[in-house]
Each structure stands twice: as C-alpha cells, then as structure tokens.
Design a protein around this ligand. Structure first.
Ligand code: AMP
Length: 285
C-alpha cells in the first residue's frame, strides 16, 4: 500500500485527479467533516470496493451551519483522522481551508428546492444550500467517478441524488447503511458532546425506531397513528426534546398516510444541547 497524501490546495487536488483519470483509474470520493468513527470508516471501505483510488475530503463547512449552531465547537482530530484514513486504503486526504473553498468575494449558491423544505431543512434553514454548494465544489475539485454518502443523513442523500440528476453531474451516488454502536445508537461525531447521562438518554431514538418497526411487523399500516405513538414514546423519555418525527416516502420525502416498503421513519431529537437524527425503513419487503 502506498502512503496516503494530504492535500490542502484545490489546484493540487485537481491536478492529482487529472493524472489518475488519465491513467484510466476510477476515483471514489467520501465527503466528511472529520472526527472519524466506524461509520466514516465503513464508507471508506465501501469506496475502496467501488473505486481504484479513494479520496476522503475533510472540511467542516461553515456554509452549512446556522448562526447559532455548533461550528465553533464541532469536534476536530486531524492527526488521528489522517492515521485512520491511512489505515483504510485512502490515497488522498483532501483537507482544504475555508479560504481555499470560499475565495474572497464568493457569492454563489447551489440550492435544491422542494426536498429541502421539510424535516431537517425546515429546522435548519440554509443548511442544505450549504451542503449542496460545497458538494458541487468538491465534485469539481476532486472530479470523482463516484461518491459515497451515509443513509444516516437520508435527507442529505436524497437532496444530493436530486442535484446530481438536475445538474447533469457525472458522479455516481452510492449510499451506505447506518452504522450503529452495539446498543443501537447511530454513530455520529456529535455523540462526543454527550455526557454519560445524555448518552443513556440518547438511546430513546433507536428505541423509538424499534418500537415502530415492531408495530409495523405486527400489522400496523396507519402512518399518523404510528407517528403519534412514536412521539408519545419519546415525550415520555427524560431529557429528550422532539424536533420532528415523520414518516415519509424515502425518495420524495412526502409524508405517507399508509406504510409501504418505501416508508421511512425519521427523527430529530435534542438530548440536552445536542441535536441527534436517526431513521429506519419500516417495512422490508
Ligand atoms: P459527517 O462527517 O458527519 O458529515 O459525515 C460524513 C458522511 O458519513 C456522510 O455521508 C454521513 O451520512 C456519513 N455517516 C455519518 N455517520 C454515519 C453512520 N453512523 N452510518 C453511516 N454513515 C454515516
């Protein structure tokens, strides 16, 4: 295995990709904000199966954080991240500075409408415009043939798939299932904000998803009744504050009346100051 390169300059990144493309090799990109956990590493392994060369981008993107969100305290561990990526067959860690990504005078946004008007898009205005803008920029800088995204951020995945089609971007979007801790908590860099008590309380998200899956397995097909049950369950958990509970079509993100194999239950819940998200398909055909 050759050593991983760390590249900060978009121009150098682009030149590296031109060379790799000219040699006929396929590049797979894993976009991240760093502070790696097993979820990120699983995406890197998947990227290694799809592409000849894996590029991981590490960029805590200011444009996707709201004014009162956690940009300043977002966890960072660059040296450790490089070490972990280096052990996962990653050819390049692309870690540009905010100034390199957003040059002086920057005034362009890429925005998907419709899909971003609900769920996390409603709670975090401007968030998805920040995501789509930076992802298009990363695609132009890295020039990947494919890119891997996690199903944990299922709305992000739907929005990026839509954008790639709408803008004729020649990047194959590949998804990876949610990676969980042993007790069911979906892995997230933000789990590091939780103290021991909050970490226990955070289990209510996964428990609520399990409860709903159980009800559907037992025959429940009424989405609004199920939503109410899930809301009541979370409301009964100490220290949990619901942002949203929704059952939607996993592609259109439109609310469902009846549970089908396209239905996804999605949650955003605040545990203390930390906002966590999780989701599950309800009916596996
Ligand atoms: P982040 O660094 O949190 O922006 O995440 C980078 C990528 O990893 C995104 O595509 C996420 O959806 C994905 N990801 C984060 N956590 C998980 C997880 N627990 N399971 C699967 N993918 C994840």
């Amino acid at each position: 295995m050759t050593a991983m390169e760390v590249i900060g300059s978009p121009v150098e990144m682009s030149a590296w990709s031109d060379r790799v493309r000219a040699s006929g090799k396929r590049i797979c990109l894993v976009p991240t904000m760093g502070f790696f956990h097993e979820g990120h590493l699983a995406l890197m392994r998947k990227a290694g199966e799809i592409g000849d060369k894996v590029v991981v981008s590490l960029f805590v993107n200011p444009m996707q954080f709201g004014a009162h969100e956690d940009l300043d305290r977002y966890p960072r561990a660059f040296a450790r991240d490089c070490e972990l990526a280096g052990q996962h067959n990653v050819s390049v860690m692309f870690a540009p500075s905010p100034d390199a990504v957003y040059p002086k005078g920057f005034q362009t946004r890429v925005e998907v409408e419709g899909l971003t008007g609900t769920l996390c898009g409603r709670s975090r205005p401007g968030h998805f415009a920040g995501v789509t803008t930076v992802v298009v920029k990363l695609f132009h800088m890295v020039k990947p043939h494919s890119a891997v995204f996690g199903e944990k951020d299922f709305q992000q995945l739907a929005v990026i798939k839509r954008m790639t089609i709408d803008l004729n971007l020649e990047v194959e979007i590949v998804s990876h299932p949610i990676v969980r801790e042993k007790d069911g908590l979906a892995m997230s860099s933000r789990n590091s904000y939780l103290n021991a008590e909050e970490r226990r309380r955070a289990l209510c998200l996964h428990q609520a998803l399990q409860l709903a899956r159980g009800r559907v397995a037992a025959g429940e097909r009424n989405a609004s009744l199920l939503c109410v049950e899930v809301q009541q369950y979370i409301a009964g958990c100490a220290g949990a504050e619901i942002d949203y509970v929704a059952i939607v079509d996993s592609e259109t993100l439109v609310s469902c009346d009846e549970i089908t194999d396209q239905s996804l239950l999605a949650l955003a819940v605040k545990i203390g100051r930390t906002r966590l998200i999780d989701n599950t398909h309800l009916l596996v055909s």
